[in-house]
Design a protein around this ligand. Structure first.
Ligand code: FAD
Ligand code: SIN
Length: 533
């Protein structure tokens, strides 16, 4: 038996929840399939906050400019304009729905983060912004009678008929068996892929499944080489790589090497508030120079009372791990945090595969370019989640849901349980990604990574392992193609930015890497040949 619904949403982070609310607004039946419990997502762990133009001394042009500068020449200006303009509207709506951002005397409090020219970051319960967003969005979605949320429903492939995405294969959590669900359209909101790396701030659900599923179904992927490494993940032996928010440096935290010396002034005049890629590479250089596996984040000048109020969650988590953020030097080193690339979409979340929409971290809308400005991701999930939901309704309402199963014509194939070596495969891929496709890359390291991934992919893999290694290979191939350094992508053999690479990388199944001038394929997009090295 297969299931039928009007619209299928995969994922219940900020993008998936917001998309579902848009879809349900039309009266349609919406089935949300999500891998773990509903609240488990990158969104849930977001600390710093959400960037939005709401304070009196801010304006949209400033937020747009900051976003464009961070994106290092590869942002889509229309996408950035949409993000900023609609961001204000959708955040106000969230507040009306009961999201409690921190206030002082009734007025919203705005925090500072790196590369923002104004204090414009809203936060909740100090450093638990994501958890508050998830709480309020789940409550809001719960009021929509047509939303049916299915937790612990892991999806591994999309169903394509006659060149159109019509459904999803998932593991039914009750029957414990593969099952199919069909609808008028699928909105992919599966989030990021931090787990591709050995060291990551992301929770275990962030394995990039949606990107691989979309790729195998025939959608184009863009800018996969751009990975953001967060500079300050806790580096305690045996402990998870818990994030120590950028907001801590925004409030005055400083970085010191193992000899206790502040070092960022030797690397960038913006010191601790330089863009993340610069801080991450500076930390790596400093660790190499001093022969250490970490540097320290020093918050001791800020005072215990302030730190407890501003960073209660971080304070509590560090205390459990034996560290007092008000007194101790906190060992940190970079870890993979965010992927700027993903399923190529237009400004309404439409992918290049009819019937498939994507929003949030899984998508590449062009808002982040080569590097994401801090706290722009939650905003992107909110704005483009809402837009993708709206577009899915407007584009497909008249369609019939397929009422009989026909042959799947995508290359994604059927469910393959594989040979049970999934954990070993993942471990190997994660290590190779960290060592060869990491913060610093070069042609040799990338070629070796690709050879290894292709060898792994040739074995009898489960669908999920195949998805994982394929995604790793997409990142490595795009990184090999981009013979320059820009934003989150740093090639030691091409350390400069090169004008001829002011292009997006695009990958589709059975094709190599090609380039495009714009992410939005809808309007005047021209594909061009690879630049000459
Ligand atoms: P997610 O929130 O990751 O949701 C993805 C959903 O898809 C989850 O429900 C997941 O279970 C589900 N899923 C995944 N695979 C499958 C599958 N195969 N089948 C079914 N379901 C699946 N950004 C900011 O703007 N501000 C911040 O302060 C901030 N802090 C961060 C702190 C941390 C520790 C991390 C990891 C990230 C942070 N980010 C921050 C980034 C931001 O949280 C994410 O980019 C954003 O939340 C992504 O939202 P999303 O809805 O696209 O995906
Ligand atoms: C952080 O709090 O440092 C994370 C913010 C982000 O990723 O935007």
């Amino acid at each position: 038996m297969f299931l039928k619904t009007d619209f299928i949403v995969i994922g219940s982070g900020i993008a998936g929840l917001r998309a579902s609310i848009s879809l349900a607004g039309s009266g349609a039946r919406v089935t949300v399939l999500t891998k773990d419990k509903a609240s488990e997502s990158n969104t849930e762990y977001a600390q710093g906050g959400v960037a939005v133009v709401l304070s009196e001394d801010d304006d949209a042009d400033l937020h747009e400019d900051d976003t464009l500068v961070a994106g290092a020449g590869l942002c889509d200006e229309k996408a950035v304009e949409t993000l900023v303009a609609e961001g204000t509207k959708y955040i106000k709506e969230l507040i009306e729905w009961g999201t409690e951002f921190d206030r002082d005397g009734g007025k919203l409090v705005f925090a500072q983060e790196a590369a923002h020219s104004r204090r414009r970051i809203l936060h909740a319960h100090g450093d638990s912004t994501g958890a508050e967003l998830v709480r309020s969005l789940i409550a809001r979605a719960g009021r929509e009678k047509t939303i049916n949320l299915l937790p612990f429903a892991n999806t591994e492939s999309l169903i394509v008929q006659d060149g159109r995405c019509v459904g999803v294969r998932f593991l039914d959590p009750i029957l414990r068996a593969p099952r199919e669900i069909y609808g008028k359209a699928v909105v992919m909101c599966t989030g990021g892929a931090g787990q591709l790396y050995q060291h990551t701030t992301n929770p275990p659900v962030a394995t990039g499944d949606g990107m691989a599923m979309a790729y195998f179904a025939g959608a184009e992927m863009a800018d996969m080489e751009f990975i953001q490494f967060h500079p300050t993940a806790l580096a305690l032996e045996g402990a998870p790589r818990f994030l120590l928010s950028e907001a801590m440096r925004g409030e005055g935290g400083v970085l010191r090497n193992i000899n206790g010396e502040r070092f960022m002034d030797r690397y960038d005049e913006r010191v601790e508030l330089a863009p993340r890629d610069i801080v991450s590479r500076s930390i790596v250089a400093e660790m190499r120079r001093t022969g250490s596996r970490y540097v320290f984040l020093d918050m001791t000048a800020l005072g215990e009372a302030f730190l407890l109020e501003r960073f209660p969650k971080i304070h509590e988590t560090c205390r459990h791990l034996g560290l007092d953020i008000a007194k101790d030097q906190l060992p940190v080193s970079p870890a993979s945090h965010y992927i700027m690339g993903g399923v190529r979409t237009d400004l309404w979340g439409r992918s290049t595969l009819p019937g498939l929409y994507a929003a949030g971290e899984v998508a590449c809308t062009g808002v982040h370019g080569a590097n994401r400005l801090a706290s722009n991701s939650l905003l992107e999930g909110l704005v483009f989640g809402a837009r993708a939901g709206e577009a899915a309704v407007n584009d497909n309402s008249e369609l019939q849901i397929p009422n009989s199963r026909t042959k799947d014509d995508s290359q994604s194939g059927m469910w393959n349980p594989g040979s049970g070596i999934a954990t070993a495969v993942r471990k190997r891929v994660k290590r190779v990604m960290w060592e060869r496709v990491g913060i610093l890359r070069d042609r040799d390291s990338l070629q070796r990574a690709i050879e290894e991934f292709e060898q792994i992919a040739a074995s009898n893999l489960s669908t999920s392992s195949r998805n994982f290694v394929t995604l790793a290979n997409l990142v490595a191939k795009a990184a090999l193609w981009r013979e320059e350094s820009r934003g989150g992508h740093y090639r030691t053999d091409f350390p400069e930015q090169r004008e001829e690479f002011r292009l997006h990388s695009v990958q589709a199944i059975c094709e190599g890497v090609r380039s495009a001038h714009r992410i939005d394929f809808d309007d005047h997009n021209v594909s061009v040949a690879k630049p000459q090295s």
